[in-house]
Design a protein around this ligand. Sequence first.
Ligand code: BYC
Length: 325
Amino acid sequence: MSAPALERPRADGPPDPAALQERFDATIAAGQRIEPRDWMPGGYRKTLIRQIAQHAHSEIIGMQPEGDWLLAAPSLRRKAILLAKVQDEAGHGMYLYAAAETLGADRADLTDKLIEGRQKYSSIFNYPTLNYADVGVIGWLVDGAAICNQVPLCRSSYGPYARAMIRICKEESFHQRQGYELLMTMMRGTPEQRAMVQDAVDRWWWPSLMMFGPPDEDSPNSAQSMAWGIKRHGNDELRQRYVDMSVPQAAFLGVTLPDPEIAWDAETGHYRFGRIDWAEFKRVISGDGPANAERIARRRAARDDNAWVVEAATSYAQKQAEAAA
Ligand code: BYC
């Protein structure tokens, strides 16, 4: 539902800033949506651009680890599935850049900021994919974590972001299932295939827990983002939800999660888990992960090598607009 109509401007001038803030606060308190033309505080706009841009960058950079296996998929069926998935990620990036544009951001500028290291993307995509089981584990764990984090974003207070997330989440569900199905197939295969799956789980489990962001007490943005209804839950709550969901899935698959401290806690009704290496997380998000340099170099090459396409399309659009005028 969109925000209630703004009060008419006073006859003698623009709307009163206090009235605008009051209307914004009332819209958020009523659980209604803020739309692009509604007034919003500068901090709300800035936070949304930061989060949506980081999210869009994650989808685009996230094409690389799996894209690396497109030419080495073990069968035509697996190749068709992987191709569709990687293309979906490109689409997610596009919806999200479009949502950021409704806030006044410029897409080319956001890409420059990503390449120059002035905007982040998800830590998870700075780890390499070493064998085909990694494709399955990305689908199961990475897309699984993404679903836990993103389903609540379908109720985010900013309309274009929330609406983009609905389609994205539907596609992420397919991604998770194809990953789990690939892993089930491998687990029913040879001992070598089972070992590949276990190895991939060992490498991706801890980084997948880091996708949810720092613990709430070290998360500078969470409290304000939750008050604004951009985020609906804290990082720790969503991380716990993900652990609770993944432990039985791992048991059904027949793999061991690489954390001896995982145990059911009947008192809390949740699984306990071990300490996350936050020093590693900080290293990876500050640019020093195993694949950061490679990811950014490839994104930079894609921007530079394809600059002529952007120039041609821009010039064509300009000529069309001139002809229409
Ligand atoms: N990696 O105050 P906090 C996908 C940053 S792609 C890197 O808690 P916030 C897929 C954080 O941005 C899905 N940076 O922040 C694609 C902030 O940065 P600033 C990706 C991280 O925003 C292809 C600082 O640390 N999902 O599914 O309240 C193939 C402090 O953190 C990370 C999204 O983007 C991280 N893991 O909460 C397969 C979801 N965590 O202020 C799959 C949308 C934190 O220094 N985003 N930071 O610029 C969100 O939900 C929130 O932004 C976060 C962080 C929960 C991630």
